[in-house]
Structure formats: structure tokens, C-alpha cells
Design a protein around this ligand. Structure first.
Ligand SMILES: [Zn+2]
Length: 522
């Protein structure tokens, strides 16, 4: 089956965030180097007090890296730690290690989860398409206050909640074609390692105990606040007032929470309790990917305090942490109108009941990953219609074979290498489809074939599955869909809803598009 990508049709904003808007300071950081991890000079590993100060400003990166496959160039990404777009120079030539802060499993995935999963899935696929050997790790937070709260509320165990929600998570990820991580460490399996790290930090003088837990003295880490890109003063002022007033500074954070009666707990030198959230990713990322791994990612809201607190612990413990910090933007959901007409649209599973998951991926690609992304009835319908054109082209071009058009792939790489400019790359894809269709209209298959092959290549890099066959919807199902369209045209909503339920019960997802009801097998 052919699967490739498409091009724009929809009204999604593809405007890139201006660099200036992302920067709160003009701080300069040195370029990354390719030293061995222990001696690294990552901008995110600027020294901290009392220990080393390992940044070597004179150390120049060795330049590109890519190796295998077609990758003969350099991907540039916006690194939050440096505050600018920089070339990706991996620790180990030809290999890229990525750590993504994964889900806390206490509820269904929402649209923000869907977006980040797709963004980093595309980063992974694009790097692999370019010949890199990618190791992709994304954790599962199965020890957390929210899980415990829900368990208590529903009279179930925290374990039951976590396991059930994790199953739902991966089912949703499968539906949106997000590949499973190479490793998905669970917090509950790393408790001993977390206790070890906290004990190590304590020996190094970064930990103090209060009545409710063990805390990290953040201000002792030189350069604390780097990822927030704000001065320490404003971080202090902005830090949430928490239950504990025993903290030495508002930016200090809990490493170990002492258990209250009835809470799941583990024994530790600081009493029975559980680790704080910021500690798990440090242990799991360094444990699985090693010091100085390449890319640490997450939403912009994670940069501070979560990522900064991970970074502070790693530095305090003498590790080189992530070489690059990549953060993606928000999802904006059209409010009431959509809420009323489509139910709980912020739930990813609800969305892909009514919208082709492939169209959702296309919609994600049509926004730059750092820009806000708008999910609305209009944008999803446009993406669905655009995907219809891609599928139509896939069917039309199914018999064409040959090498991909080199200039088209070159343009594609240029766009993607520019901080993953997927909106531009998607526009190129649709332009190729248009040109190939024009060639086919003129009966010129030899002109169309290399363009079609380039479309196929680009779809692989995007993870877009195009369908070259249209035979998966039985006639009686198509007839029901048509009946539903007639009901809708007559504003007979009750019948339309009944037919939708019937189609769903038959195992089909139902999608409303400008062209009418579209169905596909689930
Ligand atoms: Zn994390």
C-alpha cells in the first residue's frame, strides 16, 4: 500500500514564531562541542557552584555529522538553552539520542499530547529517513499525585489507574501512527535509582530535609534558570507558594515526598514516601542514554520548572545533561462552538472518532512546532479535505515507478533542516502533487513518476500513510453514509446521529467533511 503525504489546503497558520518573541535575553552560549560526554561543554551544562565549570568557550563544533543514507547535511533546531537556532551535532556521529517527557497516566490523552507525540515522532522519522540511527526514549510517569487522587476518588489502586490509562495512551498513539519508543521506562521501576541520586545530591550538599520531604537547594546550581530564560529574581517571585513554608527559597523543589497515610510509598533515608516528579527523568534519561545525550524535549510549559530542575540535579550530581533542549508550542482549541457540536474535543480519542487521524497528523505538520496550533472544526475539515487529495493522488499514481526527483527532495530537506519547517515542507509536498497531476493530465507519465516518487519519500519522512486503494468501504456502509448525508441535509439530526452510531458499531470511524460523511475502518 502506498503511503505518502499531501499538501496544504487548510487555513492553518504556518507563521513561524519570531525568534525575538521566544527570547527573553540575549545571552550568548557557546556552540556545542563533540567532546566526550564527561568533559562536555553543552550550553546546558554551564558550571555550578562548588564544582566544576566546564564550559570551554573556544571549543568549536566539528561541523556536520550526518552520515548514512541520504543525510549529507545539517539539521538546525531551536535550542531553548542557547536561545537560538543551532546545528544539531550529535554526541556520537551518525546517532541521535532523544528523551521525551512522556505521559503521566491518570486520564485520557488530550490534543496537546497528540501534538507532541506527532511532533517528536516526525523528528525521529525525519532523522531516520536521513540515515541517522535514532534511540528514542519516552517515560511513563506512573507514580504521581494525580494518579493517587484519582485512585482514592474511585476506590481503586493507583496501579490499576496507571495501567489502564497507559493502555489507552498506547492505543491512541497507535491510532495516530506514533511509533512506540525504543524504551519507555516507568517511574515505579526506577525508585532505587532515584533514591541513589538523591543520596548522592545530599552528599554533595544540595539537599535539606523538612517535615514533609527532602528538598533540592536550587540556587546553589550556578546558572539556575537557564531554560526559563528569566533572571532568578523573577523566578523566585513567580514560584508558586506551596504547602511547605520550610523551603529555603521559593525555587527549591521536592526530591522526596514523605507519605501520608494510605499513599503508596517506598522506604528511603528520608522516611517512607515517593520521589518528586523532577527526579525521575534525570535518572531514566541518563541511565538509558548516558551522559551528554543529544536531545531532551517537551512542551514549552515544561522548560521551567520541570526541565530546569532536571538539569539542575544532573549538573549538581556531576553529569553532563542534554546537549539540546527542544520545546514545542500549545494547542489552541476552538471554544464553545466546537465544544457544543463535537463534544469534548480536547480529548484525543474523541477527535479521532470524527477526524481521520492522518488528517490530524497533517494538521500538526501544517503548524511550525514552536508556534501555537489551532484545532477547530475548520482546520480539521481543511486537513481532512487536503488528505483526500493526497489519497486521490496516491491512487492515481500507484502504477508509477522510478527514482525520486532530486531537486524536490533537496528542497524538502532544506525546509526540514531549517528548524523542522514542516509548514514549508508540507507546502512543497502539495506543490509536487499538483505538478504530478498536471503531468498526468497531459499524459506525461515520465514527468510524473519522479515527482510521485518524491511524494512517497516525503510521506515516509513525515509518517503520513497515503492510501492507494479505495476498496475498504463496503457498499452497504457507503450507502449508510449517503443516507446520513441526506439526513443532515434535511437537518434531521436525530437520524444523522443514529446512523453515525450504527456506522461506529459496524467498526467504522465517521468523519464530517465538506464533501459529506467519510467513513473508514477503525
Ligand atoms: Zn521529564
Amino acid at each position: 500500500m502506498w503511503s505518502e503525504p499531501l499538501t496544504v489546503g487548510g487555513g492553518v497558520s504556518t507563521e513561524k514564531i519570531s525568534e525575538r518573541s521566544l527570547l527573553r535575553s540575549n545571552r550568548k552560549v557557546p556552540s556545542a562541542s563533540q567532546r566526550p560526554p564527561q568533559r562536555s561543554s553543552s550550553p546546558s551544562s554551564e558550571g555550578f557552584s562548588g564544582t566544576r565549570r566546564s564550559v570551554d568557550m573556544a571549543d568549536k563544533g566539528t561541523g556536520l555529522v550526518g552520515t548514512g543514507g541520504t543525510f549529507g547535511r545539517m539539521l538546525r533546531l531551536f535550542d531553548t538553552a542557547r536561545g537560538q537556532v543551532v546545528p544539531l551535532e550529535p554526541r556520537d556521529p551518525g546517532k541521535v539520542s532523544i528523551y521525551v517527557c512522556g505521559p503521566t497516566v491518570y486520564g485520557p490523552p488530550h490534543l496537546g499530547h497528540g501534538r507532541y507525540a506527532i511532533v517528536y515522532d516526525v523528528l525521529r522519522r525525519y532523522l531516520e529517513w536521513g540515515g541517522f540511527d535514532v534511540t528514542f526514549v519516552s517515560n511513563v510517569t506512573d507514580v504521581d499525585d494525580n494518579i493517587i487522587e484519582r485512585a482514592n476518588r474511585e476506590g481503586r489502586t493507583a496501579n490499576e489507574i496507571a495501567q489502564r490509562c497507559e493502555e489507552v495512551w498506547y492505543r491512541a498513539m497507535d491510532m495516530i501512527d506514533v511509533r512506540r519508543p525504543d524504551d519507555d521506562p516507568h517511574a515505579s521501576a526506577y525508585i532505587d535509582e532515584m533514591i541513589e541520586l538523591i543520596a548522592d545530591l545530599e552528599r554533595r550538599g544540595f539537599v535539606y530535609e523538612t517535615s514533609d520531604g527532602a528538598y533540592f537547594e536550587a540556587e546553589r546550581v550556578e546558572g539556575y534558570g537557564l531554560l526559563a530564560r528569566q533572571p532568578l529574581d523573577s523566578l523566585r517571585a513567580g514560584a508558586r507558594v506551596e504547602a511547605s513554608d520550610e523551603k529555603r527559597s521559593p525555587v527549591d523543589f521536592v526530591l522526596w515526598k514523605k507519605a501520608k497515610p494510605g499513599e503508596p510509598s517506598w522506604e528511603s533515608p528520608w522516611g517512607a514516601g515517593r520521589p518528586g516528579w523532577h527526579t525521575e527523568c534525570v535518572v531514566m534519561s541518563l541511565g538509558l542514554l548516558g551522559d551528554g545525550f543529544d536531545i531532551h524535549t517537551g512542551g514549552q510549559e515544561l522548560a521551567f520548572p520541570h526541565h530546569e530542575n532536571e538539569r539542575a540535579q544532573a549538573l549538581a550530581a556531576g553529569h553532563r545533561f542534554a546537549r539540546y533542549w527542544i520545546h514545542h508550542g500549545w494547542v489552541m482549541v476552538e471554544d464553545q462552538k466546537m465544544g457544543k457540536s463535537l463534544g469534548n474535543f480536547t480529548n484525543l480519542l474523541d477527535l479521532i472518532e470524527t477526524v481521520d487521524p492522518r488528517a490530524f497528523r497533517l494538521l500538526v505538520l501544517q503548524s511550525h512546532y514552536r508556534a501555537p496550533m489551532e484545532v477547530s472544526r475548520t482546520t480539521t475539515a481543511a486537513a481532512g479535505a487536503a488528505f483526500g487529495r493526497l489519497d486521490a493522488f496516491a491512487r492515481r499514481a500507484a502504477g508509477l515507478a522510478g527514482d525520486a526527483d532530486a531537486a524536490a527532495l533537496e528542497a524538502f530537506r532544506t525546509a526540514m533542516d531549517d528548524d523542522l519547517d514542516t509548514p514549508a515542507a508540507v507546502a512543497l509536498l502539495f506543490d509536487l502533487v499538483r505538478r504530478a497531476n498536471t503531468a498526468l493530465d497531459a499524459g506525461d507519465e515520465s514527468a510524473a513518476a519522479p515527482l510521485a516518487a518524491a511524494v512517497r519519500e516525503m510521506a515516509v519522512a513525515f509518517g503520513l500513510r497515503l492510501r492507494a486503494t479505495d476498496d475498504e468501504v463496503p457498499a452497504e456502509i457507503a450507502a449508510l453514509a449517503a443516507e446520513r448525508d441526506r439526513a443532515r441535509a434535511a437537518k434531521d439530526w436525530a437520524s444523522a446521529d443514529r446512523i453515525r452510531a450504527q456506522l461506529q458499531a459496524e467498526g467504522f470511524a465517521v468523519e464530517d467533511t465538506p464533501a459529506g460523511t467519510q467513513v473508514r475502518r477503525r
